[in-house]
Design a protein around this ligand. Structure first.
Ligand SMILES: Cc1ncc(COP(=O)(O)O)c(C=O)c1O
Length: 398
């Protein structure tokens, strides 16, 4: 007789799991792959990752590191070489003092978002984040049992948040404000004056800012500015940066957070508990990324701009579409409200009937209704092919 009979048991999930959301980009990618398996030809403009290979010098550094035995644990907060290289980069690009002990190396950009919530947000707190916006901000706010306080980014304001609206949304419960510039999904970029006004709106309240600067090197108009560069703001800001977008390294999983040293210690503890450390050879490759030749980065930026200019021009020629020129990142976010379809209806139809995978603006929150997001991290030829297909489909169907 078997005393421990295997019976089906109900999955008893922690309640918080019901508050965590997925990401539409991955769902659309899956749907597009199923269509491809049935013989459809799809142009993929749904996923936000550079189509370029990781630059050769970085790949070589990673491969050599594996051969040299960098295949073991590293300190949880990262190897000192990479923390120093990142600190040096922050000093150079943001014009502020920064030391290695203020840098925590993590696997990708997302852990810096996750750890910021874990370290700073209590149940019942309020978190302000841009909408439309990167889905993890709202999902993690809900996960923590905090209250989401979305701040709208308006097309007529070039998708830059309005500091007056921000001032109205801040309360005594606000514990974290998230900025993201250049912005996913709209390509909006905050200028120096915007940041000064945002800082003034927050004033001297004890609120931390998570500044998601993952697209900081992908700017086509004007310069990049960080709120951390304003006098007194370095210690009130967590800078999120990483390698996925700038160095076409999405699959390497490498990023870092920059923050006051006392908070960095807590991030290190979160790393110890969650990941032990980031892969050693990946970190060595990261040092080469930051300190090595930057020609490939600049070439990618120039090519992203060329694609942006062409794709925006093509979209603006399509009936019912109107598209601002995004100043940064690699997304276009056309207004499609004049097509008479909702974002989701149009995105589904373009995938199923025109062979173009893109995302409904609502994948980035309700305020994304009336827009689509196309990633321009695909070849010039494929972007033209997508524009041809959309134009033809609109001509036939609307
Ligand atoms: C605004 C923003 N933050 C963070 C991330 C996450 O990047 P990673 O893949 O390095 O975790 C992304 C990726 O799309 C993003 O768009």
């Amino acid at each position: 007789m078997n005393p421990v009979a295997a019976t089906a048991v109900e999955l008893r999930l922690a309640r918080r799991m019901g508050r965590l959301s997925g990401e539409t980009a991955f769902e659309v990618l899956h749907k597009a792959r199923l269509l491809e398996a049935k013989g459809h030809d799809i142009v993929h403009l749904e996923i936000g990752e550079p189509d370029f290979d990781t630059p050769a010098n970085i790949m070589e550094a990673g491969i050599t590191a594996i051969r040299e035995g960098f295949t073991h644990y590293t300190p949880s907060a990262g190897m000192i070489e990479l923390r120093e290289a990142a600190a040096e980069d922050i000093r150079k690009t943001r014009g502020i003092p920064c030391t290695a002990e203020e840098v925590v190396v993590v696997p990708g950009a997302k852990p810096t978002v996750f750890f910021s919530f874990m370290a700073l947000v209590e149940e019942g707190d309020e978190v302000i984040f841009p909408t439309p916006g990167f889905p993890a901000y709202e999902s993690l706010t809900n996960f923590m049992g905090a209250k989401p306080v979305p701040i709208k980014l308006r097309e007529e304001h070039d998708f830059r948040l309005d500091p007056n609206e921000l001032a109205d949304l801040i309360t005594d419960r606000t514990s974290l404000i998230i900025l993201n510039s250049p912005h996913n999904p709209t390509g909006g970029v905050l200028n120096q004056q915007d940041l000064r006004d945002i800082a003034a709106a927050i004033g001297d309240r004890n609120i931390m800012v998570l500044s998601d600067e993952i697209y900081s090197r992908l700017i086509y108009e004007g310069d990049f500015h960080s709120i951390a560069s304003l006098p007194g703001w370095k210690d009130r800001t967590i800078i999120l940066d990483g390698f996925s977008k700038t160095y076409a390294m999405t699959g390497w999983r490498l990023g870092y957070g920059v923050m006051r040293a006392d908070l960095a210690k807590h991030f290190g503890k979160l790393m110890t508990n969650a990941n032990s450390c980031t892969a050693a050879f990946t970190q060595i490759a990261g040092v080469e990324g930051l300190r090595g030749d930057q020609t490939a980065v600049e070439n990618m930026r120039i090519e992203f701009r060329r694609r942006r200019d062409q794709f925006v021009k093509r979209l603006n020629e399509i009936k019912g579409f109107s598209c601002r020129v995004p100043a940064g990142a690699f997304y276009t976010f056309p207004n499609i409200s004049k097509t008479g379809r909702t974002s989701k209806q149009l995105a589904d139809a373009l995938l199923e009937q025109a062979g173009v995978a893109c995302l409904a603006g609502t994948a980035f929150g309700e305020f994304g209704e009336g827009y689509l997001r196309f990633s321009t991290a695909n070849s010039f030829e494929n972007l033209n092919k997508a524009a041809d297909r959309i134009e033809e489909w609109v001509g036939k169907s609307l």
